[in-house]
Structure formats: structure tokens, C-alpha cells
Design a protein around this ligand. Structure first.
Ligand code: ADP
Length: 476
């Protein structure tokens, strides 16, 4: 399946076949494609194909696996514009972001390809023989991806899993399967063996659950909500299946009085409005030292209201719509009509799942909007008194994914970075996701790490082999 619409006359209100998903453009609400929903039987057939393909793949010379993955990367590179345009249409991402996302898939494949030849084990000194370790592939890996960053997050799991010698079955989110399906075609065009990387669109509780429960799947990499992540982890326990979870976040952006306030205020909107706030790393809790609170809010207001919202296909656009009507309802539930927003931006009227940039002043640290993940363009601001208070507030959540610290005091930057219980901190910056550095959550934000130099290790078992060097009795 590609973006070529098999039933171009479908209308959103028309009765539709239960075995397919209609894909909407969230900026216009138009149906842009219908995609078949994979059944549990089809999942089982895909696992069987993957199992066969994986054996051949693992038997290839590491350099050959690396070469094929680099060809896959080159195929993605040759289709950046097409993939980006598809992401604009199915996810409403601004075109500039979508180009970066497609480029990120290429980079992940290139980076992982280099790992295929560097999966070295260890030689460990022991008495009586030679002891070596091997990093062997797990077999078939299921990657269950969310709709917020359909391409990059699919590739975070897929690229290192393939490089380590596994087969991958990717289950994209119901709303965003089109780029994933195109990536599977590009993999085949690049020469990856049939069945090695399969994309199965479908419903989470049907196709996703069938993958999680299938005994032929050795590992599940899941990115999505904490609630579904817990359910998947519990199901994996039945088969002692390996699992990596990237779940929610409610990350703090801590602004100290000694920070460059102009820079901190200018950077804050991007940290919770990028991807319309549908980002597990969104800095959606802005903690500001009380002594500079009013000044910071004065600086923040124009930065938020000037964030360019509109047509995702326009290169000047910084923020598009939310993914779906359901997501907009969820965001609205945190901001009642009469909620006194401290700052509110504009959003297009009419068709599309638009929502304006909104900054709320928390009524207290237990405020629902201050502790729950909203996954929309909404941030909550809270004042704090001193460093200890900032750390206490930052950690007053079950999540622990990311966070930012704005200060000119290098000692404080290090102290607070160490004190905040989160996997990815940035100082005087909001950048925390790079393919070459490890990424993942503390507490209920996740389990395990993705990306970075050790990404392949999460897709291998360590095997230890001891070879006796004792002289045999005949030779003695
Ligand atoms: P969100 O709330 O952001 O939509 P979800 O956690 O519901 O996130 O979805 C993330 C991914 O997990 C999607 O691909 C979805 O189809 C899949 N999914 C949802 N429920 C299940 C489930 N019970 N088993 C396996 N996968 C699921």
C-alpha cells in the first residue's frame, strides 16, 4: 500500500468497511487514503515470513548487512520530499519539520549500519580456557509506533534492530500508516530481503495485540501512552518477552532568575508548541523563579502569540493542527472554555483539528493540567522560590522523560541536572533527542533506552562461551 488512494470517492461520513482505516488530513478533515486493517491471522503469517527472512539476514556477513542498510538509507534520502509531503498530509506536520523527520530516518539507518560491523563481544580472562561473548540477534522484533512522530519513532526501533541481525514487523498508529508503508516499499527497492521489514497497519487492540501475544515475536518496542505501555509490559511478562517502552512525559522547563531571560522566553514556545505539543518531551510545565516571574511572562507572551500557526504545507508555518478530533477533545478537557489563560494564540477557524497555543497559570501544584500529560499546545506555569523548591516541583510527577534548566550558574546547572529524575536534560537549550545519544525515561516515562552508541545492544542477547584449553589425556 502506498499513498495512492485505492477508493478515491470515500467520504468521511459514509459507511466504511470495518477492515480498513480511513486516513484523514488533519488540517482539512479530507480522507486521503484507506488502508486495510491487518487481522490476527495475517499477523501470524507475517511473523512466519519474518522468522524465515531473519535466518538468512543473520547469516549474512556483517558488512553485507551494513551495505544493504546504507542502500536503504540512500533510498530514503532519494525520497525525502515525497515522504515529507506524505507526513504533511497524514499528520499535519509543518513541511520543514516533515523534511527533518524523513532525513532523521536516513540518518538513523546510516548510523545503525555502522554498528553491524562493530557488535564486538569480549574476551574475558578466566582460568582453564578461553572465554568469549557474542551479541546474538533476538529474532523477530515488533515495533509499535505512535502517530506523533510516525517516521522517526518507527526508525528508532527498526534501524538498530535490523543492524543487529533481527527481522522487524512495524505496526504504525491507526491514523498515520502512510509513511511507514512507503518506507517498507523503499526497503524492498533497496534490496532488503522480502519479509525482513514488514509494515502491518491496523488497530492497536487487534493487530498490535496479536503481535505482542505472538510467541514468535521475541521483543516488543512500544512508544505510546503509559496506560497501553503498562498493558503491553504485563502481556510480555507471560512469555518473558523483551520490551522497551517509551511512554508519556510532563517535562519541566526550569527558569532561574540568573538565566538569560530573553533567550529563555524566546526558546520556550518551541519547547511545548513544536508538533502542536504532541511530543512526549514537550516542556509543558514551565517553572519560573518567583523573583523574575512577571518579567518572564511579559517576555513569553509575544513569543507565544507570534508562533506561526497555519497551513502545514507553507514553509513559514511553525505549528499545524492536532492529529484528530478525539485528540482535540482531550486537549479541550484540560482547558475549560472559561479557564483564565495567561496567554492564548490564534488558530484557524473552520475545517481541521486546530487548537490555539495556550499558557495556563497553575492554581496549585496538584492542578490536573499541571500533572497530567495533555499532548497539545498547552503549557502550565508555576512559580518556585529557590533551587530546592524547583527540584521538588520538577520531580513531583510520575513521569521522568526530559527537562530543561535555564541558568548562567554552571554549578547550579550540574546540580539540578543530577537532581531531576529524568532521562534527558538540557541546559540553556531544549534539544534532548539526537540519534547519536541515548534516549529514554525514568519512572513511568519508560523502560530501557533507544538511540545512541548502545542502541544495537537492546536488540541482542549476550551469549557467553567458555572453551577449555586443558590438554587432552591422550596427548599427556
Ligand atoms: P495514543 O494515546 O497516543 O494514541 P496509544 O498508546 O493508544 O497512544 O497508541 C500507540 C500505538 O500503540 C499505536 O500504534 C496503537 O495502535 C498501539 N496500541 C494501542 N493499543 C494497543 C494494544 N492494546 N496492544 C498493542 N498495541 C496497541
Amino acid at each position: 500500500m502506498s499513498n495512492e488512494h485505492p477508493h478515491p470517492d470515500h467520504h468521511p461520513n459514509e459507511h466504511h468497511h470495518p477492515h480498513e482505516h480511513r486516513i484523514l488530513n488533519p488540517a482539512t478533515e479530507e480522507v486521503i487514503a484507506t488502508v486495510p486493517a491487518t487481522t490476527p491471522d495475517e499477523v501470524a503469517a507475517a511473523v512466519a515470513r519474518a522468522t524465515g527472512a531473519q535466518r538468512g539476514w543473520a547469516a549474512l556477513a556483517p558488512a553485507d548487512r551494513a551495505r544493504l542498510l546504507r542502500r536503504f538509507a540512500a533510498a530514503v534520502d532519494g525520497h525525502i520530499e515525497e515522504l515529507a509531503a506524505l507526513e504533511v498530509r497524514e499528520a499535519g506536520h509543518p513541511i520543514g519539520n516533515a523534511r527533518w523527520e524523513a532525513g532523521n530516518v536516513r540518518d538513523l539507518l546510516d548510523y545503525a549500519a555502522g554498528g553491524a560491523e562493530r557488535l564486538s563481544g569480549a574476551q574475558i580472562p578466566v582460568a582453564g580456557g578461553l572465554n568469549v561473548t557474542f551479541h546474538e540477534p533476538l529474532g523477530v522484533v515488533a515495533v509499535i509506533a505512535p502517530w506523533n512522530f510516525p517516521m522517526p519513532i518507527a526508525a528508532w526501533g527498526t534501524a538498530p534492530a535490523l543492524a543487529a541481525g533481527n527481522a522487524v514487523i512495524l505496526k504504525p498508529a491507526e491514523t498515520t500508516p502512510l509513511t511507514a508503508l512507503r518506507l517498507a516499499e523503499l526497503a524492498l527497492e533497496a534490496g532488503l530481503p522480502e519479509g525482513l521489514f514488514q509494515v502491518l497497519p491496523g488497530a492497536g487492540p487487534v493487530a498490535g495485540a496479536a503481535l505482542v501475544e505472538h510467541p514468535g515475536v521475541a521483543k516488543v518496542v512500544f512508544t505510546g501512552s503509559t496506560a497501553v505501555g503498562k498493558e503491553i509490559m504485563a502481556k510480555c511478562a507471560a512469555g518473558v518477552k523483551r520490551v522497551t517502552l517509551e511512554l508519556g512525559g510532563k517535562s519541566p522547563n526550569i527558569v532561574f532568575a540568573d538565566a538569560d531571560l530573553e533567550r529563555a522566553a524566546a526558546a520556550a514556545p518551541g519547547s511545548f508548541l513544536d508538533n502542536t505539543g504532541q511530543d512526549c518531551c514537550a516542556r509543558s510545565r514551565i517553572l519560573v523563579q518567583a523573583s523574575v516571574y512577571d518579567r518572564f511572562m511579559e517576555l513569553l507572551a509575544p513569543a507565544v502569540t507570534s508562533f506561526a500557526v497555519g497551513d502545514p504545507a507553507d514553509p513559514a508555518t511553525a505549528m499545524g493542527p492536532l492529529i484528530s478530533a478525539a485528540q482535540r477533545e482531550r486537549v479541550r478537557s484540560y482547558v475549560p472554555e472559561d479557564a483564565p489563560a495567561a496567554i492564548r494564540g490564534e488558530a484557524p477557524k473552520g475545517k481541521g483539528f486546530w487548537y490555539p497555543a495556550t499558557v495556563l497559570e497553575a492554581t496549585g501544584p496538584g492542578d490536573r493540567a499541571a500533572v497530567e500529560e495533555i499532548f497539545g499546545p498547552v503549557a502550565v506555569v508555576l512559580p518556585f522560590e529557590d533551587e530546592a523548591d524547583a527540584v521538588r516541583l520538577a520531580n513531583a510527577t510520575d513521569y521522568g522523560l526530559s527537562g530543561s534548566i535555564w541558568t548562567r550558574d554552571v554549578g547550579r546547572a550540574v546540580r539540578v541536572s543530577r537532581a531531576v529524575a529524568a532521562g534527558n536534560l538540557s541546559v540553556n537549550s531544549h534539544g534532548s533527542v539526537r540519534y547519536a545519544t541515548p534516549f529514554g525515561g525514568y519512572k513511568q516515562s519508560g523502560l530501557g533506552r533507544e538511540l545512541g552508541p548502545d542502541a544495537l545492544a537492546a536488540f541482542t542477547e549476550t551469549k557467553n562461551v567458555f572453551i577449555s584449553t586443558e590438554i587432552s589425556t591422550e596427548e599427556q
